[in-house]
Each structure stands twice: as C-alpha cells, then as structure tokens.
Design a protein around this ligand. Sequence first.
Ligand code: TYD
Ligand code: MG
Length: 454
Amino acid sequence: MAKSPSFTCQACGAAYTKWSGRCEACGEWNSIVEEKPLSAGPVAKSLGARRGRTIVLSDLATEEAPPPRTLSGVAEFDRVLGGGLVPASALLVGGDPGIGKSTLLLQATASFARNGLKCLYVSGEEAAAQVRMRAQRLGLADAPVKLAAETNLRDILTTLEAERPDLVVIDSIQTMWADNVEAAPGSVSQVRAAAHELTSFAKRHGVSVVLVGHVTKDGQIAGPRVVEHMVDTVLYFEGERGHQFRILRAVKNRFGPADEIGVFEMTGGGLAEVANPSALFLSERDAPAPGSVVFAGIEGTRPVLVELQALVAPSPLAQPRRSVLGWDAGRLAMILAVLEARVGIPFTGLDVYLNVAGGMKISEPAADLAVAAALLSAREDSAIPRETVVFGEISLSGALRPVGQTENRLKEAQKLGFTTAIAPAGSKFGQVQGMTPTTMPDLASFVGEIFGAG
Ligand code: TYD
Ligand code: MG
C-alpha cells in the first residue's frame, strides 16, 4: 500500500510523505509538521439512503425559485457580495490583524439582524463582554445578535444545531479547535477540519457562514489559504496602516462578480461607508504636480479614479531603487524597459518611486499608460494637465491597447470635473458629454504629443 502523505506545510498546505526543513512548494523554513489523518481508510458504505442521490437538472429548476438574497443595508458590503447575502453560502473574509475585520463583521451582522436575519457571532478571540463593549462603542448594543465566546468546534456545532441561525460569523477560523484533530489551533489541519465542518453544516442546514481569517504580514494567508476553495466567496479586507481607507475586495465569488470592491473609512465610531471613492482618492490633490497622474480605473463593476504619483531622482546606488506601493513591481519594471527600448528614454542611474494614492491597490493592466505618464512626467519635471485622466494597456512592442469599459471610465471622470482623457487608439468611447478623448496608437506618439520630443 502506498504511504499517504502525513506531513503538511503550515504555510501553504503542501503535503509530503517525509519531513524536511524547507517546504519545496512555498520556500518556507520550518513549516512542515506531521499531521495525523482524520480516519484510516475510506468509508466503505454510504451513510444513508439520501446520500449520493441524483437529480435531473431540469427537474431541479422547476422545483422552486432560488431563495432571495438578504441585504445587510451596509451598501458597500452588499455590493461586494454581489447584491446581498445568498442563503446557505460560505464566505471567507481575510485580512491583516487589526485591519478591522471584526469591526466590519460586527457592523454587518448587526445590520443583518436588524433586517430580520437570525444572527450568531462566535468570537474565539475576545470574551463576550469585550465584543459587547465594541458593539456599544459602535452604537450597535441593541442589535438582536446572539454572541458566543467559544473555540471548541464540537460546542459550536452543538450551539448551531440548537440555535439554527440564518447567519453565523466565526471570528476567527484560526482560533477554532476540533478535538478529533491532533494539531494546534491555527495549524493547517485544524483550520481545514473546522472550515470543512462549518461549511458542510452551512450547506446542510441552510445557514450562511462567514469565516474570518488572519493573513500574515507579506499578504500570504497561513491557514486560510486551504479554506479558499471550500467556500463560495472569498473577500479580502485591505488597507495601508496609517491610512483611514479600507477596501473590501471580492477575489472569488460564486454568486457575483469577482474584483468588486467596497470602500470604507475607519472612524472613531467604526467603519463608515464611502459611496464615492473617486472623490476620496483624489481629495489630496491640489495644484497639478509633476509625477502626478489620474488613472481612470475599473474595480469590479465600478469606475474608480485614483491618483498615481511617481518620483524620479538621481541615484547614488549602483543598483538604483525601484520602489512601488499599490501596484505590481514586475509590471513597473516592464514599463521602464518598454520606455527605454521602444521610446529611447532610459531610467538608468535614477531611483524610481511609484505610489498609488490613498492606500489603494491596482491590478488592472489598464493602468500601464497612466504609470508611464507619471514616470515621464516626474522624469521631465513637467505636469500633466490637471483635468486629464489617462488609461490604456502597453504592450512590449510599445503599442497601446484599448481596454474595457471605456465609456464608464469617461463618465466617472466627467462626473468629477475632468474634461480630457488620453487613451489608446481604437478605444470605444460612446457618447460622453463634456469629455474630449485624445487617442494615441503607441507610446512613442504619446511621449511626442505630451512631452514634446521626449
Ligand atoms: P479589528 O476589527 O479588531 O481588527 P481585526 O479583527 O481585523 O483584527 O480592528 C481593530 C482596529 O480598528 C484597532 O486598531 C482600532 C480600530 N478601530 C477604530 O479605529 N474605530 C473603531 O470604532 C473600532 C471598533 C476599531
Ligand atoms: Mg478581530
């Protein structure tokens, strides 16, 4: 009989048949731990007559309409869910410790409870009195939410069986502990077992379950990564420390669009919704400055304008610095290479800093042209006109490629008082009053047009 793997990396969940000091999958040191399997061998027999029953798809469709989603009333949260909470769904909400996950979920749960959902909030990190104190501070003390301070999975399942809530929040999955698994709480096998039990309970009994998971410093989720595929929806709560803004982002959603974002601001009284994020991300802008460019982006289904800031300065280092915040460092390197190879503008001997204002993170390739514009504007010390937005993808040949949802980008820009857009040739603009788009076929013509000969 083949030996089954019984050593698991606690960082990424990779399984091995023998111990080693370093995980080959993720490169983590000292993260491999022996784990005992839950039960020996496969279960030979079905547990009941209903198990494994098949249904013809067309029969299922006529049975009944899907139950309606419930809105929490926290509009930014509902939007990220894809239009409210789907009954019997399982969610994972990940984020750095202290980013505001417990605050967000307490607020959302209270809101759901006030809308008539039967809600249970299980805290494994704080005592019930502490959760209540927080609720009081948030002005939610009168919300009909049931609290439990519990970490034992068996006890929680018993409580769920007795209470049968519509929604249960588990804060956090790393504190949960199944007594039939021989591993410490927070280890991959504990997290996996707890998540499995809770999500299958949710599916069986029509309970929606929200699992809260802490992410490690570098953005990697220790335990919860193994949970991602078990749940219907994965949300990340992110933000820069020192910034008030928090962004809730759907990275996976079986019931709605992924990449949808909700924007919040952390205040003394909890998280406040930000209905118009563009205005917020641009609020720090005053006079046009070299290196500053407004990118008309799309986050999920919503257009968001963000300011990109670049600084280019002579470097004392043999290997000049490339520092980027809120964007992909590899993509920055690519743009610098294209600028040098296709347009003849080198950045050798220059330190380059690129920053997305407001703690926002951008992943769209549509930001390429705006990044190039910011870099050039900083390098040439020449400001891009204030009322201009920029977007477009740059290919390795230096050609500009049109991007999706151009009309929505223009509409958002127009709403916020912009009058010009610089975009790739071939973009489909539609009709947006008061916006005059300028199109460019490639990066070289962009540089010629905006910065003279370069
Ligand atoms: P918390 O929700 O406990 O974070 P997490 O569950 O992700 O670990 O948030 C903790 C931080 O939020 C803490 O640093 C204080 C801040 N905070 C406020 O600024 N205002 C508030 O009303 C609350 C409840 C928290
Ligand atoms: Mg917490």
